[in-house]
Design a protein around this ligand. Structure first.
Ligand code: SIN
Length: 485
């Protein structure tokens, strides 16, 4: 597990009004490599005053940006996508260094991140209004789409590049200005991406990045929520924090896009193609080591294929290589921090204490690395059945009937994603319609791309990101009644 490469940190200052700056007090906080604990950079520890300045800069810059033609905004986003593409390998290395995911995962994430910039460069040109048949002969009705104004964005550590562009690219394309706070653990990708936005021609104040650690987060987030100039808050993170932000946004009646926690089910019916189901399960569970909101958390396998699926899946999981990103064959990196790591350990220990059968892995390794783990005979009294593990552990339940499994899948406050495998077309429709989730993979374990409406139902959030629907989050509708015609 030896580290060999060094990481070039391209940018370690925050971005306010087009300038890369430190904090008012000069204070910083360290960003570390989760595989080694090595400090990669010291980043400005900002608070309320810097956040307010960033909001003021965004407010000043936004009207002129909105007045530019859609073509102009689109071309700048195109340049941004081209620069990101040029630097994609450096960005992938930086991403792995601050987040820990294997280089193959980081390369895929950087491509995903660029996808949003590329996609919304095109969508900027397609913000169409409408005309509506009027109620009087002397009147005409027009519907305009206008940018919401200043947008606050808070992004997570688990996808430190893709979540930055999934939020900022559609907002900028729509003519908004953004103040973004990246996660404490992973601000470096956000800063590097922002540096390339400036180079591409995104004007001063249109994209601002404010940094701070966990202690500063409530102050920065508090200002983004409370400041009446911010008209839209977009957040990806836990349901717990989403509830707090929603309460803080209520007094100023802000629009919100919330992509919150999930407890995704992965169902294998008796008629499934088991080879495909095993491959899908590996992707749905172990992409970024299970540290994804759409990662499969509860596996439901039909009685008739339970042992067969369980053993094949366990065999594939056991072959995954757990190593730092500097090992080119790494499939699983470390958990992001000790808190995440302890949760994984607790879920495994609790399941084993309550009678689960260990089929693969089960062991904590050095630092916050943990083996890919498969547990059979999991039951609903175990922690793993009702809490999101957010780690490389798969717990397998048994089921007998379609009705029973639909009830079990829906028996959660969450509704982000789910997956199921069947070869029966009627069942695919029935179950696809019955599962309460915003996104469903049918015979696939991979659902994340820029062209789809990403988001959840129930307590997994509101609004959608990505696709042509994603830009609507940043647009207001206004109708004009033209009388006296
Ligand atoms: C997330 O886990 O928050 C995002 C996952 C994805 O976009 O696939």
């Amino acid at each position: 597990m030896e580290m060999t490469s060094t990481v070039v940190v391209p940018q370690d200052r925050a971005l306010i009004d087009g300038k890369f700056v430190g904090s008012d007090s000069g204070a910083t906080f360290p960003v570390t490599d989760p595989a080694t604990g090595r400090v990669l950079a010291e980043v400005p520890q900002m608070g309320e005053a810097e956040t307010r300045r960033a909001i003021e800069a965004a407010q000043a810059a936004q009207p002129a940006w909105a007045e530019r033609t859609a073509r102009d905004r689109s071309k700048i986003l195109d340049r941004w996508a081209a620069l990101l593409t040029e630097k994609s390998e450096e960005l992938a290395v930086l991403l792995s260094a601050e987040n820990g995911k294997p280089l193959s995962d980081s390369r895929a994430e950087v491509a995903y991140a660029i996808g949003f910039v590329d996609f919304f460069a095109a969508e900027a040109r397609r913000v169409y209004g409408e005309t509506i048949p009027a109620h009087r002969t002397d009147t005409r009705i027009l519907v305009l789409k206008q940018p919401v104004g200043v947008v606050g964005a808070i992004t997570p550590w688990n996808f430190p590049a893709a979540m930055v562009t999934r939020k900022s690219a559609p907002a900028i394309a729509a003519g908004c200005a953004v103040v973004l706070k990246p996660a404490e653990q992973t601000p470096l990708c956000a800063l590097a991406i922002a540096e390339l936005a400036v180079e591409a021609g995104v004007p001063a104040g249109v994209l601002n990045i404010v940094t701070g650690d966990d202690a500063a987060a409530p102050t920065i987030g508090g200002e983004l929520c409370a400041n009446p100039v911010v008209r839209q808050l977009t957040f990806t993170g836990s349901t717990e924090v989403g509830r707090i932000l929603a309460a803080q946004c209520a007094p100023t009646v802000k629009r919100m896009t919330l992509e919150l926690g999930g407890n995704a089910a992965f169902v294998v019916f008796e008629d499934a193609d088991l080879d495909a189901a095993v491959e899908g399960a590996i992707t749905a569970k172990f992409r970024h080591g299970g540290q994804s909101c759409v990662g499969a958390n509860r596996f439901f396998v039909h009685d008739a294929v339970y042992e067969d699926f369980a053993h094949r899946f366990a065999e594939r999981a056991a072959a995954l290589r757990v190593a730092p990103y500097t090992d080119p064959d790494s499939n699983l990196g470390p958990l992001i921090d000790t808190q995440g790591f302890e949760k994984v350990r607790a879920h495994v220990a609790d399941a084993l204490a309550h009678g689960a059968r260990l089929l693969a892995g089960g062991h904590a390794l050095e630092g916050t690395f943990h083996e890919a783990t498969v547990l059979a005979d999991v039951t609903i009294d175990m922690l793993i059945s009702h809490e999101e593990t957010f780690g490389p552990v798969a717990g397998l339940f048994r089921f007998g009937t379609e009705a029973e499994v639909i009830d079990a899948v829906n028996n959660t406050e969450y509704g982000l994603a789910s997956y199921f495998y069947t070869r029966d077309n009627s069942r695919a429709w029935r179950v696809g319609e019955a599962i309460e989730a915003g996104m469903i993979g049918v015979n696939t374990g991979f659902i994340s791309v820029e062209s789809v409406p990403f988001g959840g139902v129930k307590q997994s959030g509101m609004g959608r990101e990505g696709s042509h629907h994603g830009i609507e989050e940043f647009l207001e509708m206004k109708y004009l009644a033209l009388g006296g015609i």
